[in-house]
Ligand binder design. Structure first.
Ligand SMILES: [Zn+2]
Length: 350
C-alpha cells in the first residue's frame, strides 16, 4: 500500500555524473506498516473548517471534533485547534500520551521540511508561522505539517479512492484548483515544494488571468469563482436563456453542472471547463503515467455530470499508451480528505 513507504523507506543513493540518483527500497518498509494498536491525531485547517480526528493504526476514526474557522488569525487557529484536539482525544477516551504522532493539513502553501505555513489565502498571521512546532509544544506530540491538497491526495491513496495505487494524481476542484502527486509511492514536492499546483498549468496561450496573475492557467477556468463568473458572463450575453430562471437558486457549484442540460449558455461554460480540465489531466497522464486520477473538492459533488464528460475528454486527448492502466474516478473521502490525509501522514511518519 502506498503511504507507509513515503517517508520512512530506506534510501540508497548513487552518483551518476553530477546527478545523485536516490531510490527508495519500498518492499523492506511495506512489510512493517503501523500496528493496529497505534493511535495518531489528524488536524485540518481547510475549506473554512477546523477539524481534529483521532484514529487507530488502520485509519479507523475513534473520536473527532470540528468547528468553522470563522475569522480567526493564526494564533486564534492555533488556540482552537489545540482545543479541538483535546475534544477529539476525550471523545476517543484517550490523552496526549497515548498518541504516537500528529499530522496537520493546512489550506495554503507550507514548508513541510520546517513545519512552517508560508501564508494563508483566508487568514492573517500565517506568514512563516511555525504551526507544527507550536502544536507540538502545546500537545507534546511529534507533529508534521502538509498542504491540504497534498494531504488529501495522500489520504485518498492510503484510505480512499486510490487505495493500493503507487502513482496517483489528485485534482482538487474548489475555491482554487489544487492537487497532489504521488509517484512510485512518494509524495512529490519539487525544488521549492510547489509540485502538484495543477491549477497553474497553462491550458491556453493568452487566456483569462489566473489568481496568480498569469494568463491562461487552469484555475482561471475551473475554480468555483471562475466557473460562476463565466456563467454570469454567458447569461448576460444570452438574455433569453432559461438559465436566468434558476441560476440564482443554484447555491453549489456542483448544482451548475446538474442544471446545465436545461440551459445552453450554462452548458457551453461547463463544456469549456471540462475541456480545459481534460487537456490538463491528459497532459499529466502522458507525463506521469498514473494508475489513478482522483477528482475531489466541492465541484466533484456534481458526480457523473462532471465525471462522464471528463473521462470522454481525457480519452480524446491523452496519449494512448498511458491510458491503458489509468482509472479516472471521484474522490471517496469528501470534505474529510484533508483530515484523513493528516491521519495517514501521521501514521506514515510515526
Ligand atoms: Zn495561476
Amino acid at each position: 500500500m502506498v503511504g507507509y513507504n513515503a517517508y520512512r523507506g530506506r534510501w540508497t543513493a548513487q552518483r551518476v555524473g553530477k546527478l545523485i540518483v536516490t531510490e527508495l527500497s519500498v518492499k523492506r518498509f511495506r512489510a512493517r506498516p503501523p500496528a493496529a494498536t497505534d493511535r495518531v491525531l489528524g488536524l485540518a485547517v481547510a475549506g473554512g473548517m477546523l477539524r481534529a480526528a483521532v484514529a487507530d493504526g488502520r485509519g479507523k476514526i475513534l473520536g473527532r471534533a470540528s468547528e468553522p474557522s470563522d475569522n480567526l488569525d493564526a494564533n486564534g487557529v492555533l488556540r482552537r485547534l489545540t482545543a479541538l484536539a483535546s475534544a477529539a482525544l476525550t471523545a476517543a477516551g484517550l490523552t496526549p500520551v497515548d498518541i504516537k504522532a500528529a499530522g496537520i493539513a493546512f489550506g495554503g502553501p507550507v514548508d513541510p521540511y520546517r513545519g512552517l505555513t508560508i501564508f494563508s489565502p483566508r487568514s492573517p498571521g500565517f506568514e512563516h508561522f511555525p504551526l507544527a512546532a507550536l502544536l507540538e509544544e502545546r500537545l507534546g506530540i511529534p507533529t508534521v505539517l502538509e498542504n491540504d491538497a497534498r494531504a488529501a491526495a495522500f489520504g485518498e491513496a492510503v484510505f480512499g479512492a486510490a487505495r493500493g495505487c503507487q502513482t496517483v494524481i489528485y485534482v482538487h476542484l474548489g475555491t482554487g484548483v489544487g492537487g497532489g502527486i504521488i509517484v512510485d509511492g512518494r509524495l512529490v514536492y519539487g525544488a521549492s515544494s510547489t509540485a502538484g499546483e495543477i491549477g497553474h498549468m497553462v491550458v491556453t496561450a493568452g487566456g483569462p488571468l489566473c489568481s496568480c496573475g498569469k494568463p491562461g492557467h487552469l484555475e482561471a477556468y475551473a475554480s468555483e469563482a471562475a466557473l460562476r463568473a463565466r456563467v454570469w458572463e454567458a447569461l448576460l450575453l444570452s438574455p433569453d436563456d432559461p438559465g436566468h430562471e434558476f441560476v440564482r437558486e443554484t447555491r453549489t457549484v456542483a448544482g451548475l453542472f446538474e442544471c446545465a442540460s436545461r440551459s445552453p449558455a450554462i452548458q457551453r461554460v461547463v463544456n469549456d471547463t471540462i475541456q480545459m480540465l481534460g487537456l490538463a489531466i491528459a497532459t499529466l497522464i502522458a507525463t506521469l503515467n498514473p494508475e489513478a486520477v482522483i477528482i475531489g473538492g466541492p465541484m466533484a459533488e456534481a458526480g457523473n455530470a462532471l465525471l462522464d464528460p471528463l473521462q470522454a475528454r481525457i480519452r480524446q486527448f491523452a496519449y494512448p499508451a498511458s491510458l491503458q492502466r489509468v482509472r479516472v474516478t471521484l474522490a471517496e473521502l469528501g470534505a474529510d480528505a484533508p483530515v484523513v490525509g493528516a491521519v495517514a501522514l501521521a501514521l506514515a511518519r510515526s
